[in-house]
Design a protein around this ligand. Structure first.
Ligand code: NAD
Length: 352
């Protein structure tokens, strides 16, 4: 008898609801039985219930331990803090996994890319330790800096811990081991941030010793950006602190043809939240136009996590076939299909 899974579904903001609707239908068509617990967050929740992160969202994810999330809008510069970042921190979803693989039929300057980005999700400059210009805290830190920070500075603090680094680097090596990967590259700017990024390397080297079958190497983030566009084939699994991981994820999404095809997942010790790398693409809201692939591939990662490996493979194969054929694909892949038409085509492909 097959399992029925309880999954929290956050439709998201902007184009999120139209994408998640398609993803829900496609995942159900794989044959995996899911009870969707639909809850709202982000801008949508702020408008409807007055807070971007209602308590029932956290409750639902804590209970179900698996969530699929559409993108959530974050105001830039002002307004509420990113709900995406809050969810990762509050649920201690410390590892963000973003595979970037080339699909035949997706236009890109690069071919045969197969990279996996493992991004630390809970600390670094994303920890939310920020002090306004002229606040007592900012002025105290400016004093402590002994002239290194200007008196009219706002301050963001970058914590990097042994605990946070150990768990993320271990996650990267365990992933490499389980998925038959050969190499883990740790990426920082430790030549400049000797104490924080330096600690990241110190801890990473210790963890690496426990995995002798996997090659461990280090690169500086600036050099890595160049290497990734010149020789991406040299790399395999990349492990990075939060901010570098965020930026490199988009760079690698660009290597495989853009955000429309870049999936992601966030893992804690017993909870997982699956979401695309892309945001809510608000300018396309309501047009049924954007590509559902990134979210579908995130759904595929969810099926893998549930242990539904065969159905996950069936789904990925169908997505790859529809993209390769190129007839029923969205605008970003050179087609004219709507989000829902592409979803329907993938469902048809799975039943062949
Ligand atoms: P975005 O990813 O939403 O969109 C950037 C551009 O990429 C779009 O205008 C579109 O041209 C393209 N694009 C994105 N997704 C696509 C898809 N599925 N199919 C086809 N094309 C696609 O990035 P942004 O404009 O910087 O951010 C918009 C909002 O999303 C912001 O509020 C931001 O904070 C938020 N955001 C949320 C998440 C998340 O929920 N995890 C991630 C990134 C950004």
């Amino acid at each position: 008898m097959s399992n029925t899974y309880d999954v929290t579904l956050i439709p998201g903001d902007g184009t999120g609801p139209e994408i998640t609707e398609v993803v829900k239908n496609v995942i159900e068509a794989t044959g995996v039985k899911i009870n969707w617990d639909v809850v709202i967050a982000g801008e949508t929740a702020l408008e409807k219930v007055g807070t971007p992160l209602p308590e029932n969202v956290l409750e639902s994810i804590r209970k179900n331990k698996i969530a699929l999330k559409g993108p959530l809008t974050t105001p830039i510069g002002t307004g509420f803090r990113s709900v995406n970042v809050s969810l990762r921190q509050l649920l201690n979803l410390y590892a963000c996994l973003r595979p970037c693989r080339s699909f035949k039929g997706v236009k890109s300057r690069f071919e045969n890319i197969d990279l996996v980005i493992v991004r630390e999700n809970t600390e670094d400059l994303y920890a939310g330790i920020e002090f306004e210009r002229n606040s007592k805290e900012a002025l105290d830190i400016i004093k402590l800096s002994k002239g290194k920070a200007r008196t009219d500075s706002a301050i963001s603090i970058k914590p990097i811990s042994i605990t946070g680094t150990e768990q993320i680097v271990k996650f990267a090596f365990e992933y490499a081991l389980k998925n038959n990967r050969k190499k883990v590259t740790a990426i920082t700017k430790a030549n400049i941030m000797k104490l924080t990024d330096g600690l990241f390397y110190e801890v990473a080297r210790e963890v690496a010793k426990k995995y002798p079958s996997i090659v461990y190497e280090e690169r500086l983030i600036d050099n890595m950006c160049m290497q990734l566009v010149q020789k991406p084939e040299l790399y395999d699994v990349l492990v990075l602190p939060n901010l570098y991981g965020d930026i490199i994820s988009d760079l690698c999404a660009g290597l495989v043809g853009g955000l429309g095809v870049a999936p992601g997942a966030n893992f804690g010790t017993d909870t997982a939240l699956f979401e695309a790398v892309h945001g809510s693409a608000p300018k396309y809201k309501g047009l049924n136009k954007v590509n559902p692939t990134a979210m579908l591939l995130s759904g595929k990662m969810m099926l893998d996590y549930m242990g539904e490996t065969q159905k996950a493979q069936k789904l990925e194969k169908a997505i790859a076939a529809v993209i390769a054929e190129g007839k029923k694909v969205t605008y970003d892949l050179g087609g004219t299909a709507t989000t829902s038409q592409m979803g329907e085509e993938i469902i048809k492909q799975m039943s062949k």
